[in-house]
Every structure is written in C-alpha cells, then in structure tokens.
Design a protein around this ligand. Sequence first.
Ligand code: URP
Ligand code: ZN
Ligand code: ZN
Ligand code: ZN
Length: 484
Amino acid sequence: MSTVIKGGTIVTADLTYKSDVKIEDGRIIEIGHDLSGDETLDATGCFVMPGGIDPHVHLQMPFMGTYSSDDFASGTRAAVAGGTTMVVDFCLPDPGQSLFDAIKRWDNKSTSATCDYSFHMAITWWDKQVFDEMEAVVKEHGINTFKHFMAYKGALMVNDDEMFASFQRCAELGAMPLVHAENGDVVASMQAKLMAEGNNGPEGHAYSRPPEVEGEATNRAIMIADMAGVPLYVVHTSCEQSHEAIRRAKQKGMRVYGEPLIQHLMLDESEYFDKDWDHSARRVMSPPFRNKQHQDSLWAGLQSGTLSCVATDHCAFTTEQKRYGVNDFTKIPNGTGGLEDRLPLLWTYGVSTGRLTMNEFVAVTSTNIAKILNMYPKKGAVLVGADADLIVWDPTLEKTITAETQVSAIDYNVFEGKHVKGLPRFTLSRGKVVVEETTLKTEEGHGKYVKREPYPAVNKALSTWKDLVAPRKIERAGIPPSGV
Ligand code: URP
Ligand code: ZN
Ligand code: ZN
Ligand code: ZN
C-alpha cells in the first residue's frame, strides 16, 4: 500500500522545491514529479516538511508531589495535532534507583504513544552503580544523552563533582550531557528569603530565578564540559546571560547547543504580575518567562544559529495541581504546555513576520534536533529512505488558540487567545495519516521507540586555551623536609 503526497512544495532545512513524495512501509521511497500510488494526499498550496521533533517533553512526569497531566497518549495526540511527529522524554530514576528500572517505568508509560519517541536519561544521583550502568544505557538501550539538573535542590539537583564525573563518563561512552542550567543553591536561598518576607505569590517564582542564576550555571556547565572534553546541550535557554555563554563557547570552537522554548519566545514576565492568582501560577515554570530584551536575544540566536532548536519542555499541570502552591509559590508544580502550539506559533510569529525563513523553521523544529540527537536522516529529513514523518503544512489554515478546543488534557492554555495562521492539513507518522484535513486519526500504540547510537569520537580536546593538558609527575632531585 503506497501513498503519494501530490502537488506540494517540499521545504527542508536547505531546499525549497516542487515535488511529489511517495511513501511505502513507513518510509519515503521516491521523490519526483507525477508520481502515483494507491492513495493520494492533495498538497496543493501546501508545504511538505519533516514533522516537528520535540527534543524536550515530560509526559506523566513524577514531579513536585504529583504527575504532569498529559501522558504519552494525550501528549502525543497533542503533538501530532500541531505537526510534531516525534517527542523525546526524560527517564528519571528515583534517588538510589537503578537506571534500568527507570527505563522499565518509562517503557511501560510510553506504550500508548501515537507517534515515535525516544528517551534521554536523567542523572538524579551518583555513585559507582550509576557510572557502571551508563554503559548499557548507551550501548543497549540506545540512549546517548544524559540530563543533569543544576536546580531543584533537595530533589533532582546534582552537584558539580557529580556533574564533572558524569560528563567524563559521557565522553568515554560517546554520549552527550544535557543541563537544566540554574544555580539551585542560589535559587533555594532566594526562595527562603522571599517566603520569609511574605512574598509567597507566583511572582516570587520569577524573583527567585533571575537571569543571572541561569547565566552563571550555563557558564559553569560549559566550563565543566570543556574540562571533560564533551559537547553540551543546554535545555530551555531563556535569557541573554545564558545565550551569551553559549555564543562565547561556540566562538571558541566548542559544540554547545542552546534550546529556547516556544513559551520563552512568546510570553514575557508580565504574566507573573496578573491580578488573577491562577493566571500567574499556570505560567510558573523554570526558568521563568523573561522581559522583551531576553526574547529578542533568543530570536536573534535562532536567526544567527547561535541557538540551535525550539522545544516546549511540555510539562502540563492542571489548575487544581497548580493550587498546591496557593500559600507558597515554591510548591506550585513547575511546568507549562506547548506541544500542540509550537509549530503554528513559530510559523506565525517567526516565519510570517520575516524573523525566520521557512528553511530555518524546518531546521530549528526538526532537522537540527535530529542531527544533534544523532538520529538524522532517519528522522528530520525529506529524503528517500527516511521515515515518513511528514507534515503537509497549509499556510492558509488559521485558528485562535483556546483551551476549549485543544487536545492536551489540561484545563487552560498559556497561549489562550493567540491567533495562528499555518497548520497541518495532514500529519503522517511513519506513513500513517494521523491528521487528515485537520481531523485527528491517531492510534494508541502506533508510536515506536527510537534508539539513538553513540556519537562518533569528537571533542576529545576541546579547549585550545588549556595550559596543562595531561597530569604528569615531575621527577625532582629531592624534596624538602616536612614543615611540620
Ligand atoms: O518548569 C519546568 N521546566 N518543568 C519541567 C521540568 C524541567 O525543569 O524541565
Ligand atoms: Zn528543566
Ligand atoms: Zn488572567
Ligand atoms: Zn524539562
């Protein structure tokens, strides 16, 4: 059974051209003119692009005393509704828990996925067992990325010595570390001070996490990665201070990647000063939303290539869950949604405003991510042999975002009222049409786990500025007597 996407314009990260695409057994088998097949999808007036890949989601994540409310079924349905055909979630071992047990838990949760998915592993504690298990996580389970939380003190946070040890282990295994870069010690002390002074509202969340805590941690992680000789991926880059550290590292020749979120590109800090407690609490996430200057810095980074991709960090909590923190902002579950809206928003406010070209749009929503996470060209490509994860993007379809009609399982949408123009007419997940003329046709369990191979050996000696390269013991003529 073959399908032909007919009459559209293919848009990849580097090319724009008119062609049909023929699909069989879940893959692209031919690209050319006047193709025919058993089934035809009309792409007249549309752009045929690689489906979006979201490198950063938390579906049914155990966090802050609850679980995020979109699971793999509702989360991936929301994803494909908005043109995203693959998500990458994070396995989170409990303290002391084997990494393999965490993978089993995530395997069980993800059986309902309606599109393909992969995992990162989080390093939430550290000892020899974790060090040892990392090898099979990479070589057998196909997870080549390890996330380190530099924030959430007393919960997920790891210290610098643990991070350095884990980064070195990543270097040995051909894996890449990821960091949630915020100085967790400073955040914890600012939280305590704000609470002691009676600032217990959601605005306290933003006050306790200024851009400096992110810039400091990003810079620290970059320096530690440089010493460990490993590339680095900085998740949810939200501010100029962090972007600046990434720019500097890139200029020096380091492979450092920055990932702004659609939320930080679209929403600003004024959300935390709304008169309505629920309004502000629903927008509590880490890092918090920033002012316009930071937003401009993120857009500029996407244009210039100093920032690599756009994610959502989709971690959706209901209003009821957000109210766990009514008298204490530190107890408001951190996280916002965006899976369904990332592509339409980036198209409308990025491509249609002239900030991004269509090719840059494909790069930052799909192709760059597939390359950085080492699954290109299986994913992120319109090429013969690639998985047929595709969107037929109709630039004339429009809607106003509202919780009333969204697919996500929560009761509000942080982008409520924003108008978008540009939506998928069709979304295909490995050749299966999961959105047809804007109607969802998903099937739970259709999504498959994607293994990712270790990286080739790169970045062994990153820093050209190092004075002392490898330790060597100096043979001396004699040593002076002990001063004691
Ligand atoms: O606030 C956020 N970002 N919640 C999800 C967990 C994380 O830090 O990525
Ligand atoms: Zn994070
Ligand atoms: Zn409001
Ligand atoms: Zn996250």
